[in-house]
Design a protein around this ligand. Structure first.
Ligand SMILES: [Zn+2]
Length: 368
């Protein structure tokens, strides 16, 4: 229930990228709402969802979302897998980095095979807004590199450096505006995250204004599996403190464990909930490095919030991105395929037993 409440709160913060102060207001409201009846909560969600759709439409200026009505013909399966891809920077250094050509090849494959980018908020709430028939995919970028994102100076301020991953993605979106402008950037606490052009605030402001989201990748990229509890708290808390120094109302919601390594089991929770130097952190999902389990969505009873899998953005080895592309071409029934309505959970009858309590409480479940 605790997770459910937190995820619900996150969903209501879907305007996070546009207004952090309003998110705080919404959070307070939601906490009050969740203490009342379930019915009221659902009504609140429906109301906020409408708002969220309006916001998305305004920002992406795409056409109205296509909703599928013949579920069987479109093979709708909203309990299917949602891949989370782990990228780093743009350089010729496989398997953790991609060249520009390789990254464009990845994006083109995704687009041509009906994958559409979703936000972290959508992933965490399960209320996914891709068109009917499409498969959601979440891109993440670790390490705060200047080849992941950097600014360049222009006559009237700053713009994205088109040779960085985000610059390449932005270029791709000009040609394919319906792909979805979303990605999550995970970084450390030192200044000079994402290069040296502009200030940290300039760089983060640009990303927020363009719809990107942030997460914690620890202060120094140490291996959490080898640290004391005290040092785990310090590694995680320093990033939260850094973010709070730039945006007093911002609270990160997820962590990517460096090397995919979680802390010692005895104090594993310290990586996702704690307090450092007066700053609290409380995360709802921790991502591993590699496919630590099936890519099930948050509505699935096998979803493990602090063991959430990611696939390495590479074509190098079994279990990497291009291995999974092939795997889902051979096993299309395992993929998440949307009906186009973020408030319904449309599931083939034979997968109905995978629907968890969070889904039952927050979606109109339809089996066929
Ligand atoms: Zn890393």
């Amino acid at each position: 229930m605790k997770i459910r409440k937190k995820i619900l709160t996150l969903f209501l913060c879907t305007t996070l990228a546009f207004s952090f102060s309003s998110c705080q207001v919404q959070k307070t409201t939601t906490e009050a709402v969740t203490k009342t009846t379930a019915k009221t909560t659902k009504e609140e969600v429906a109301e906020k969802t409408t708002k969220e759709e309006t916001t998305t439409a305004e920002v992406t200026t795409t056409t109205a979302v296509k909703v599928v009505e013949d579920y069987a013909a479109s093979k709708v399966n909203e309990q299917g897998h949602v891949m989370v891809v782990m990228y780093h920077g743009i350089m010729d250094n496989p398997p953790y980095h991609r060249t520009k050509e390789q990254f464009l090849k990845d994006l083109q494959y995704m687009y041509d095979h009906n994958y559409r980018l979703i936000s972290l908020e959508e992933y965490l709430s399960g209320h996914i807004t891709v068109e009917g028939g499409m498969t959601p995919i979440l891109l993440t970028f670790d390490d705060g590199l200047d080849t992941t994102f950097a600014l360049k100076k222009t006559a009237d301020g700053f713009d994205v450096d088109e040779n960085t991953a985000i610059g390449i993605l932005e270029g791709f979106l000009k040609e394919h505006p319906d792909f979805g402008r979303h990605s999550v950037l995970y970084f450390h606490d030192q200044t000079k995250n994402f290069g040296e052009v502009g200030t940290d605030k300039d760089r983060f402001d640009w990303l927020l204004e363009h719809g990107y989201e942030f997460g914690n990748h620890t202060a120094t990229h140490d291996n959490l599996g080898k640290l004391s509890k005290e040092n785990v708290i310090k590694e995680v808390g320093r990033v939260e403190k850094y973010v709070r120094s730039l945006y007093p109302n911002m609270k990160l919601t997820t962590i990517t464990y460096p090397f995919g390594a979680r802390p010692n089991e005895a104090y594993r929770d310290a990586a996702v909930k704690g307090e450092y130097d007066g700053v609290k952190y409380d995360y709802v999902v921790g991502f591993r490095e590699g496919p630590s389990g099936p890519f099930v969505p948050v509505t699935h009873n096998k979803f493990q919030p602090f063991n959430a899998p990611r696939v390495r953005g590479s074509d190098g080895a079994n279990g990497d991105l291009w291995w999974y592309f092939d795997y889902y071409e051979k096993n299309p029934s395992l993929k998440y395929v949307s009906d186009g309505n973020p408030n319904t959970l449309v599931v083939p009858e034979k997968r109905a037993n995978t629907i968890n309590d969070y889904a039952k409480e927050n979606f109109e479940v339809i089996t066929y």
